[in-house]
Write a protein that binds this ligand. Structure first.
Ligand code: FMN
Length: 367
């Protein structure tokens, strides 16, 4: 392990990680992802002498209700490890909590390839994976063998419905997941926001989610809901209000932005950052900090992390950042976050949380 606080750009670890990431990016996007996962699954990440995060962590702890006191606020977004193949590898990369899935009750192969595309010049991606999932039973047995210790890196399970499950029967798919994974999940996320399964976003309504909440009343402290960024403000805010009243633990904001061009699917990364950011502000406007929020969508730098925490997020999740910044992404982002806090004279991340709203009341400059 390199112990210095600042990893030099010319250090062998940085060069190796940068070149490796650049080489993977020469390959088609899903093949590169599969190779990355293959390496992580076999602990090949250990070849890289990753720097210790410890010197960066002072004051960065992030308590997230129902999930735990995280060492720092940057976790893994759903979709990278859909089948719980490599939690160890991801925790070695420094992520402070991991969301696995989306898992569907029965195995399904997802949409035909190609279904993942890079938008290189924008630091973005478009995917239409369509919930390729090994299915609940196979993932459950993997998790059973893994016997994960949630301290210090908690695992969450993100749940979806099978493609051929009708909207009327969808509630059974989610209930099934909540029951099967109860012993293995520190928290759950109900995914009603991926754009690539027909009818899924239709489930993001008060009636469906309140019924689900009613069925799983006693477990609601573990259950989060992930929303999409494409609803009109009024619809979004009244849904947020309803979910807070229903007693869900919190919201993950947001999933990908639905697009048709240059490919059909869900857009992630930098080009959807503003939209995800706006949703965070809309949710905060309604809940005023009473409902925990996890931010996702276009968070690629430490400055992005700072801005989302300032807008009320308790923690953030990343996917696209890992594709473009590689295995040192968390390290670089924490370094940037630290610098941002130092420049602003802030010692504790907890002082940043929600500060955008307080500051914007007294002055109109940037948070
Ligand atoms: C290839 C790919 C697959 C994804 N699969 C899922 C998924 O299965 N479930 C889910 O809730 N979100 C999924 N997402 C969305 C991410 O979890 C995240 O919310 C989104 O990409 C925005 O974050 P980012 O800009 O950091 O990538 C996926 C994203 C990508 C790029």
């Amino acid at each position: 392990m390199e112990s210095s606080r600042v990893l030099r750009n010319s250090s062998p670890t940085t060069l190796f990680a940068r070149w490796g990431t650049a080489l993977l990016r020469l390959l088609p996007a899903e093949l590169a992802h599969d190779i990355g996962m293959w390496m992580l699954e076999r602990d090949l990440i250990d070849i890289l002498p990753l720097p210790s995060l410890s010197p960066l962590l002072d004051g960065l702890d992030a308590p997230v209700p129902g999930i735990g006191d995280l060492a720092h606020p940057i976790g893994l977004a759903a979709g990278f490890d859909k089948n719980a193949r490599a939690p160890r590898g991801f925790s070695r990369m420094g992520l402070s909590f991991l969301e696995l899935g989306t898992i569907t009750p029965r195995p399904q192969s997802g949409n035909p390839k190609p279904r993942l595309f890079r938008l290189e010049d924008q630091n973005g991606l478009i995917n239409r994976m369509g919930f390729n999932s090994h299915g609940a039973e196979r993932v459950r047995s993997r998790l059973e063998k893994l016997a994960w210790n949630h301290d210090p890196v908690p695992l969450g399970i993100n749940l979806g419905k099978n493609k051929d499950t009708s909207e009327e029967a969808a509630i059974e798919d989610y209930s099934h997941g909540l029951e099967v994974f109860a012993p293995y999940a520190r928290y759950f996320v109900i995914n009603v926001s991926s754009p690539n399964t027909e009818g899924l976003r239709g489930l993001a309504n008060e009636h469906f989610l309140k019924e689900l909440a009613f069925r799983h009343k006693k477990d609601l402290g573990k259950i989060w809901v992930k929303l999409d960024p494409d609803m009109p403000r009024k619809t979004f805010q009244s849904l947020v209000q309803a979910l807070a009243e229903a007693g869900f633990q919190g919201l993950v904001l947001t999933n990908t932005h639905r697009v048709e061009q240059p490919e059909k699917g869900g857009m992630s990364g930098h080009p959807m950052a503003l939209q995800a950011n706006a949703c965070l502000e809309w949710a905060y406007e309604v809940t005023r900090g009473s409902l925990p929020l996890i931010a996702s969508g276009g968070i690629l730098s430490g400055q992005d992390v700072y801005q989302r925490i300032a807008r009320g997020a308790s923690a953030v999740q990343i996917y696209t950042s890992l594709v473009y910044r590689g295995p040192l992404a968390v390290y670089f982002m924490l370094q940037e976050l630290r610098n941002e806090m130092d420049l602003r004279g802030v010692k504790f991340l907890s002082d940043v949380k929600g500060s955008y709203y307080h500051e914007s009341q007294s002055r109109s400059s940037n948070p």
